[in-house]
Design a protein around this ligand. Structure first.
Ligand code: GDP
Length: 472
């Protein structure tokens, strides 16, 4: 559609040009670079890929195996509200002072690193909760290696516990459970483990493979052992990075400080970042003037898996933006400027998500194998009934995955998960709550609500058979 407008030809002309190349397209489908070049050529135009050319300046080298060294795991803490996420992060922050370091962690920079007695390191993202985790993923950033999911042993497995589990699973991030508040007389860790088993999550003392540890974030009991288990789990992931290259990574947070200018916390994921490097972060750029760690120390250089607060960017990049170091300051500035311009021009987001209407067409095109669904309902019974029925719709060609289900309204966090996992949301007798609708519109997430089970199943079935009549 866009291309037709630009070249001032009809959309039918473009569709038939594509068909003659053996490509079936729809009005809103994005064409890849090669198809674009061929099709525009047919109409006497030549495409210039402005960003692609500029972005080539960003070093995309493949690391050689021998250059890789072990790096610290990056961990996010998730769980139900009041189950003790903040307390756990605070306890770890307070207790872990590297021997010989000039004091504890004094600055909240959005992430921090700790060194255990064994000498091994862990990096924590200091914004607890799956919303932050998934918001980053929805922006394309894969930062977290491991999730600690905190569950209060004097409570139950709560809706947000289930959400956190779904969010970690959807991201393919291994989970270590922290069964918290065991100092409380009413604590019953076994009940929690039983509950997890009921969800098909077998922890180690129940004969399963998932690590879990009983802790008290208040007294600190069990926290060291929990962290050892995190490290064990991390070992299996064989996390490595090459420190010997230009740094790149992800923005954790950024703000404008009255006195110092823009302050950004970034997480170096590969390479080494040094003072004086030319940084490109999202639509901002600048020369690294100063770096400070979470202990308030000024540092000159940082390696992989290290969070660091930097001064020198000419704006505040967004959490989840990628950053790169470039050889040339002017180039960094140019790319940042170009990106900002593109962002302004594309007020409509270009990344389109799947909708129920599109499913049939995509299946017919053969480029669609998995349908991810987030299912919310008013009562457990209907959620389970729909889960069963939806899963039964899976065919040889297409697998239906319920990546998250729960009782309650459709929340912003459901929408973010849908965006990060390219899912559609189905609500049964529930509606979007608060900001969820607005975020869904922005992220172009399809939300369907039903009050009759039969209708929901039929719509999905029709969609999969390519027979759904477009939503009015
Ligand atoms: P969050 O919402 O998950 O971040 O939970 P918080 O860390 O804010 O904890 C909620 C409440 O539980 C606070 O009043 C904490 O002091 C308390 N709390 C957290 N962990 C423990 C624990 O291990 N034992 C006890 N007794 N209280 C705890």
């Amino acid at each position: 559609n866009e291309l037709a407008t630009m070249m001032e030809v009809s959309t039918t002309d473009i569709i038939s040009a594509c068909m003659s190349l053996g490509i079936m397209v729809t009005l809103n489908q994005r064409l890849d670079a090669e198809t674009l070049s061929i099709v525009t050529d047919e109409f006497g135009y030549e495409v210039e890929f402005v960003t692609a050319e500029l972005e080539e300046a960003i070093e995309e080298v493949e690391d050689k195996e021998e250059d890789l060294v072990i790096r610290a795991p990056i961990v996010t803490v998730m769980g139900h509200v009041d189950h003790g996420k903040t307390s756990l992060l605070d306890y770890i922050r307070k207790e872990n002072v590297i021997a010989g370091e000039s004091g504890g962690i004094t600055q909240h920079i959005g992430a921090y690193g700790v060194t255990l007695e064994s000498g091994q390191k862990i990096t924590f993202l200091d914004t607890p909760g799956h919303e932050a985790f998934t918001a980053m993923r929805a922006r394309g950033a894969q930062v977290t290696d491991l999730a600690i999911i905190v569950i209060a042993a004097d409570d139950d497995i709560m809706p947000q516990t289930k959400e956190a589990i779904s969010h970690a699973q959807a991201a393919g991030v291994p989970i270590v459970f922290a069964i918290n508040k065991i100092d409380r007389p009413t604590a019953n860790p076994d009940k929690i483990k039983e509950g997890l088993a009921g969800m098909n999550l077998l922890v180690e003392d129940w004969g399963g493979k998932i690590q879990s540890h009983d802790i008290s974030a208040k007294t600190g009991q069990g926290v060291n052992e929990l962290l050892e288990k995190v490290l064990l789990e991390a070992e299996l992931l064989e996390l490595k990075a090459n420190p010997d290259r230009l740094a790149s990574g992800t923005v954790v947070e950024a703000f404008l400080d009255k006195g110092r200018g823009y302050v950004s916390t970034i997480l170096v994921q590969t390479g080494t970042l040094s003072i004086g490097d030319y940084l490109l972060a999202g639509t901002t750029s600048g020369k690294v003037k100063a770096m400070q760690d979470e202990r308030g120390n000024n540092v000159k250089q940082v390696g992989p898996a290290t969070p660091i607060s930097v001064l020198g960017l000419d704006g505040a990049p967004q959490a989840g933006d990628k950053f790169n170091v470039l050889e040339d300051e002017r180039e960094a500035k140019q790319i940042a400027g170009k990106r900002a311009q593109l962002q302004r021009e594309q007020s409509v987001r270009t990344q389109r998500h799947i909708t129920l209407d599109e499913i049939g067409r995509r299946i017919a095109l053969g480029d669609f194998q998995e349908l991810n669904i987030i299912l919310k309902g008013d009562v457990d019974g209907s959620v389970e009934a729909l889960t069963d029925s939806f899963q039964k719709l899976s065919t040889d060609e297409i697998q239906v995955n319920i990546i998250h289900k729960g009782v309650g309204a459709i929340t912003e966090s459901d929408v973010l998960l849908a965006s990060a996992s390219d899912a559609i949301i189905i609500g049964f007798n529930v509606r979007p709550m608060g900001n969820a609708r607005a975020v869904a519109d922005k992220e172009e997430i399809d939300i369907r609500t039903y009050s009759i089970i039969y209708d929901a199943i039929n719509d999905l079935k029709d969609a999969m058979e390519g027979m759904l009549s477009p939503e009015m």
